[in-house]
Design a protein around this ligand. Sequence first.
Ligand SMILES: [Zn+2]
Length: 84
Amino acid sequence: MIELTCPSCGTAVSSNAPNARIAIERLPQEGDYALCLHCGEISIFSEERANLRRTSEAEELELEQDKEIRSYRNAWRAGALKIR
Ligand SMILES: [Zn+2]
């Protein structure tokens, strides 16, 4: 089982938690991005921490240029990805 925590809002995410909001299909790898469905922030998986970490300023600037990431963020903001 993988236990991940959003570094921005503290929401726990795991593959088999009763309130899991995502299905983890493979083990996360260094540098994988995650969009928190609770707060909408992007975080990055750190193998060293075995958990998610906040993005650096440089990474944040990079993410803002990424079309796919931008579309996910826009969808989240529009409520399209919110799970009730
Ligand atoms: Zn969050």
